[in-house]
Every structure is written in C-alpha cells, then in structure tokens.
Design a protein around this ligand. Sequence first.
Ligand SMILES: Cc1cc2nc3c(=O)[nH]c(=O)nc-3n(C[C@H](O)[C@H](O)[C@H](O)COP(=O)(O)O)c2cc1C
Length: 269
Amino acid sequence: MAAPHVLKNPLPILTRLSTRWLQAGPYKSGALPAVSMSLLSTSSTPSISPLPHHHHLHRAFSTTSPTMAASKTFMDAVKERRTYYALNDKAPVSDDRIVEIVNDAVLHVPSSFNSQSTRVVLLLKEEHKKFWEMAKEVLKTMVPAEAFPATEQKLDSFKAGYGSVLFFENPVPVNDLQTRFPMYAQHFPTWSEHTSAMHQFVLWAGLEAEGFGASLQHYNPIVDQKVQNEWNVPQEWALRAQLVFGGRAGEPGDKAYQPLEQRVFVHGK
Ligand SMILES: Cc1cc2nc3c(=O)[nH]c(=O)nc-3n(C[C@H](O)[C@H](O)[C@H](O)COP(=O)(O)O)c2cc1C
C-alpha cells in the first residue's frame, strides 16, 4: 500500500525527490533564458474563439464508455495520482477515449471570469516522439557535453511513453479581461496560471484513472519556438507545461508526506 499520510522525518526524502527531476532536466545547464513573458504580451494576433456553451456540445463530449475510470470516485483518482517516470508506449485505452478526456477537461475545468484561456495540443505516438527528439536537439546545444548523456537518458524515458499533452495559455482573453476590468488587472495573469494548473491536474489524474502513468514536465520556454513551427501553434501562446503519459513500466518512487496538522486547520466542526 501507499505510504502512510504522516511520516516522521519527511524532509530528507522530500528534498531528494523534488530535486531529482531538476538534476537531469533542462534546468541543469544553468544557461536557460528567462521565463517567457509572452503571456503578458499585448500583441493582437487573432484569438481562437472560445467554445460556445451550447448544451448539445456538452452532450457530445460527455458520452462515457465503461472504462476503469468509470468505477473510480473522484477522490480515489485524486489519491491515486502519482508521478510515473517509467513509461512504455502501450495505451490502456483508445485514442478516441484520450481525446474525449482532453475535451472534457478543456470544456469543464473553470477559468477566471470564464476566460477559457487554456489551449491544449495533444501529441500521440510518432508526434509525441518528435516532441522529445526536439527537446533533445535543443538541450544538446545548451547542456555541457559531459552532462548530456544523463539528459538524453531522461528525455528518452519520456519519449518511451505514448503521448504528451502540451498546455498553453492564450494571452488574448487575459489581456482583454485586463482592459475590461482594470481593478483586477494585476490578477488576471496569475489566474491564467491557475486555470492552466487546474487543466494540468485534471488531465494528470484523469489519464491515470484510465490506467496510464504520467509525469509533469517543464521544457518551456526552450522548446517553444520549435513547437510553434512544427504544430502551427500561434506565436503568442505561452507553453506552460508538458504532461507525458504512457503505459506503466514501473512504480512511482517513495513519497514523504508532511504532517497534516501543519497544513490543514479546521474551525467550527
Ligand atoms: C507545479 C508542479 C511542477 C512540477 N514540475 C515537475 C517537473 O518539471 N519535472 C518533474 O519530473 N516533475 C515535476 N513535478 C512533479 C512533482 O515533483 C511531484 O508531483 C511531487 O514530487 C509529488 O510526487 P507525486 O506526483 O508522485 O505525488 C511537478 C509537480 C507540480 C505540482
């Protein structure tokens, strides 16, 4: 069974786990450009119009097939979501089911003022592999030669999966809200990050509830340009995260839990 909720000395493990992905990841090079500010860009490239909230649309995307996920409660899916680094290219469900989950998330995850600023690019099979090859090409020019084998190994472990979900934020609705509601102007970029994170979490837990393993990665902004060219992504969309998923080829690592008494405070029970 999973680790108990409260462990006595969680910090050393926590530190080890949370630094592991940094070591072989893109941040190792220490030569990264500053985080993209394109989210705040005021450029006015045409926006993709938000999906209308027609009832028939809702129904079209909510046909559920009897899958593993159907028997799970929401909180079970939340509790069972973990970071799976060991992936293979076997999918437990059809591509249509994956697309259905992505559509459901994008339609139903909330956004501030219903801005619907999140954009998702789903890459499957060969397209997914292409993405991780691109990341390799970019990192090869940035990471010192002696460190590259470790980076390459890490990237190959992602490439071994079945697909990647790329999460973007479109700044157009965000800028529009800033203009229309100046009182909240400073908050809209933050709320745009929040809605992106909510989409990331729902798809992470949602795909794992179907039997996939997944991990969340951040190879932006170094891959943004290549991604834009390859998959016709508008320049101003800002890549925020990549969710890599695939068949489970191993178990998640140990996880330490800081005491709930230090993190949850209940009044009035
Ligand atoms: C906002 C956020 C950013 C993360 N970034 C990365 C990342 O870039 N690379 C990675 O391998 N894991 C990343 N993770 C995964 C965390 O390290 C992981 O969720 C955490 O250690 C808890 O483990 P668990 O996912 O198995 O519950 C990220 C998680 C979150 C919530």
